[in-house]
Design a protein around this ligand. Structure first.
Ligand code: AMP
Length: 200
């Protein structure tokens, strides 16, 4: 199963991706996590990406496409994967389409999590507070001052992907304002349907 979780920062993509990993035994490919690991390891990519990420802006398509292309060839992706935070631009969506086509693979479904803007801002602030309370370093981009930039990036560059995948017949929408368990249930119901369709 290959799916994309689409939605603004704070929509719950990461939380739901972890549940999908547990239930379906497929890896979560989070470009945000991969980039943060590159920043922590001070790799050439990490050094390039750090300032852009800290500001809440998008890293170049070239960098993220290369990271994903390398990652999907790893063994644990053979049965599928959950893309979380990628693609984020139309160019990335085209790129992942090409990557899959080249490998004779297909996307099963794209699930959009919708959440009101005020709720997103509150969730990101809560995540920062909880991380701080746990004595862990807070993501620079979870600073409330950076959140408007991240939301703008989302609505400008990523939201158009809903139209892109709708036109391909792949888009499904889930109310991300619902409780975490209810969102999981709605996602599982969609996956069941997508699985049946793929078998036909
Ligand atoms: P995330 O953890 O998904 O919120 O990503 C954190 C940050 O990493 C984003 O604000 C971007 O700076 C960068 N990033 C993650 N994924 C992408 C992507 N697909 N395209 C461009 N930048 C990305």
């Amino acid at each position: 199963m290959r799916l994309i979780l689409l939605g603004p920062p704070g929509a719950g993509k990461g939380t739901q991706a972890l549940r999908l990993v547990e239930k379906h035994g497929i890896p979560q490919l989070s470009t945000g996590d991969m980039l943060r690991a590159a920043v922590a390891a001070k790799t050439p990519i990490g050094l390039k990406a750090k300032a852009v990420m800290d500001a809440g802006e998008l890293v170049s398509d070239e960098i993220v496409n290369a990271i994903v292309a390398e990652r999907i060839d790893q063994k644990d992706c053979a049965r599928g994967f959950v893309l979380d935070g990628y693609p984020r631009t139309l160019a990335q969506a085209d790129a992942v389409g090409r990557m899959l086509k080249k490998r004779k693979l297909k996307l099963d479904v794209v699930i959009e999590l919708t959440v009101d803007e005020a709720e997103l801002v509150a969730r990101i602030a809560k995540r920062a507070e909880e991380t701080k309370a746990a004595g862990k370093p807070v993501r620079a981009d979870d600073d409330p001052a950076k959140v408007p930039v991240r939301l703008r990036e989302y609505y400008k560059n990523t939201a158009p992907l809903t139209g892109y995948y709708y036109a391909k017949g792949l888009l499904k929408t889930v109310d991300g304002m619902a409780g975490i368990d209810d969102v999981t249930k709605a996602i599982e119901a969609l996956l069941k349907k997508a699985g049946k369709k793929a078998k036909k």
